[in-house]
Structures are given as structure tokens and as C-alpha cells.
Design a protein around this ligand. Structure first.
Ligand code: ADP
Ligand code: MG
Length: 266
């Protein structure tokens, strides 16, 4: 098998407050995969994404990305950091944490400008992403005055303009209306079809089979409870119950009534 893009070896992360977020994580992500990171609130999904993005560094264990060790030390090297940052894009759960420019156009141009691209290339990237995400009517607006759904689109645009090969999404559908959720699910599929590797943290089980082929499940003990094909993981009710992704009531309902309600909201 090809070498993984990301390889986590026995990764443990504790916050400075002493809070454990990840414990003994072994995980490989391959090029072109779309992976869902599942787990109850507080299981460690966001922390894992931050480690994959080189924003946090494990106290023990290691992360190898694109064949090289990612650490505070290696990311301190400007050339390494530059190469890493243009390969990995992170769409935060909270768009406000990602938007700080005075116009949508400048927001989307920020990454390409930081990469030192020629003005012409910057313009062509920004216009390309604006066309793809249908943001033309917003391009002169200040991002902080947009609706939640519009902010999410601009945050995604600001990441796509860097043209990373890996995209990390943290709870991307949370707080979005159904039409924008649908748009986002379709976008993830389109990007994956175009060859992007996509890792999405979510506890929204409804979207998982549409945005992922493989699921990685974190338990409340901050360890990997299971990893496997999405259908397999979503079909394992005892696992979902154990990791607190479904509750007792839902579980009983399913077992009592057969599976007729499982896809009721699809
Ligand atoms: P998830 O994204 O699955 O909800 P997180 O990765 O945010 O989980 O959190 C994992 C654990 O780390 C939780 O117990 C959480 O309370 C703790 N945690 C998260 N962020 C911080 C932080 N900035 N400081 C201290 N503890 C944190
Ligand atoms: Mg989270």
C-alpha cells in the first residue's frame, strides 16, 4: 500500500490544564480518502484535527505527515512550515475565528498573498474560488457582517484558495440551515472527487455516509474505539451506544421497531 499522508503513532495529548484529550492514538490517513472522525462531545475530535494541522503537538507519540516528522521543532523551520501550510487546510468549527479581513475578497486573497504568489495568480485563484462557491454578490462585504452560512462559505473559500491537498473540517454542518448543509455535503464530495483528502470531525451521524468512506470513532476514554467502513461502523449499534453517539432511548427504539426509522430523516 502507498505511504500514508498522515501517520499518528501512539499519540497522547493533554491540555496544560491537565485535561486529557487523546490517549494512545494510532492512525494512518491515505491520499484521496474521505474520513469521518466520530465521537461524543469532548472525546477529542477537535484536538485530533489540531494535531493533524500542526497547531498542537503531542506530549508523547509522533505525527509523520508527507513522510516527515511534524513537531514544534520541524515546523519552526520556515521552509518546512511553508510546505506544510500549503498542503493542509483547516476549516474551523467557529468561522469567526477564521475571518479577520475587511472584505470577502481580501479574506480569500489572504492565503495566496501569504504564499507569495504573483498578483495575477492571486487574482485568478480568488476569482476561481468565488465562481466555484458562488460568492460574487458578497465579495465586497465585510465578512463579520455576514450570516452564519455565508461566513462558513467564505471561511471555506479562504482555505480553498490555498489549494491544499488535505482539508480538515471541524463540525462543518453545525448551525447551518438544511440547504446550506446539503451544499456543504455536496462540496465535500466534489472536492474529494477532484482528488482532495478530506477529514471531517462530526457527531452528525446523518451526514456521515455522504461525506466519508471510512469512519474513525473516538470513545469517551479519548482512545480509538473503532475504525472501519462507514456502513460497518454506523451499523454497529452497540458500539455507537458505548461511545455515546446514540442514546439508550434511540437504541431501544431501533431494536424494538426494527430499522424502519433509521433513515427516516434522510
Ligand atoms: P471534541 O471536539 O470531540 O468535542 P475536544 O478535542 O474539543 O473534543 O476536547 C477533548 C477534551 O479536551 C475535552 O475533555 C475538553 O474538555 C478538553 N479540552 C478541549 N479544549 C481544551 C482547552 N483549550 N483547554 C483545556 N481543555 C480542553
Ligand atoms: Mg470539537
Amino acid at each position: 500500500m502507498a505511504e500514508p499522508l498522515f501517520q499518528l503513532n501512539n499519540v497522547t495529548y493533554h491540555y496544560p490544564t491537565g485535561e486529557t484529550a487523546l490517549e494512545g492514538i494510532d492512525l494512518s490517513i491515505y491520499k484521496g480518502e474521505k474520513v469521518a472522525l466520530l465521537g461524543a462531545n469532548g472525546s477529542g475530535k477537535s484536538t485530533l484535527l489540531k494535531i493533524l494541522d500542526g497547531l498542537l503537538f503531542p506530549q508523547s507519540g509522533s505525527l509523520i505527515a508527507f513522510g516527515e516528522t511534524v513537531s514544534e521543532q520541524t515546523l519552526g523551520n520556515e521552509a518546512f512550515s511553508f510546505a506544510f501550510r500549503r498542503r493542509v487546510g483547516f476549516v474551523f468549527q467557529n468561522s469567526d475565528a477564521q475571518l479577520f479581513n475587511s472584505s470577502v475578497w481580501d479574506e480569500i486573497a489572504f492565503g495566496p498573498v501569504q504564499l507569495g504568489l504573483e498578483r495575477e495568480e492571486v487574482v485568478s485563484r480568488v476569482e476561481g474560488v468565488i465562481a466555484m462557491l458562488e460568492l460574487d454578490h458578497l465579495k465586497n462585504r465585510p465578512p463579520f457582517k455576514l450570516s452564519g452560512g455565508e461566513k462558513k462559505k467564505v471561511a471555506i473559500a479562504s482555505v480553498l484558495s490555498i489549494n491544499p491537498m488535505v482539508l480538515l473540517f471541524d463540525e462543518p454542518t453545525s448551525g447551518l440551515d438544511p440547504r446550506t448543509q446539503r451544499w456543504l455535503v455536496n462540496l465535500i464530495r466534489t472536492l474529494n472527487d477532484a482528488g482532495k483528502t478530506i477529514i471531517t470531525a462530526t457527531h452528525d451521524l446523518e451526514i456521515v455516509d455522504q461525506i466519508a468512506d471510512r469512519a474513525v470513532v473516538l470513545g469517551e476514554d479519548h482512545r480509538i474505539a473503532a475504525t472501519g467502513a462507514v456502513e460497518e461502523v454506523l451499523g454497529d449499534m452497540d458500539l455507537l451506544l458505548r461511545v455515546n453517539l446514540i442514546d439508550e432511548e434511540f437504541h431501544r427504539h431501533l431494536h424494538g421497531d426494527g430499522h424502519k426509522h433509521v433513515h427516516a430523516h434522510g
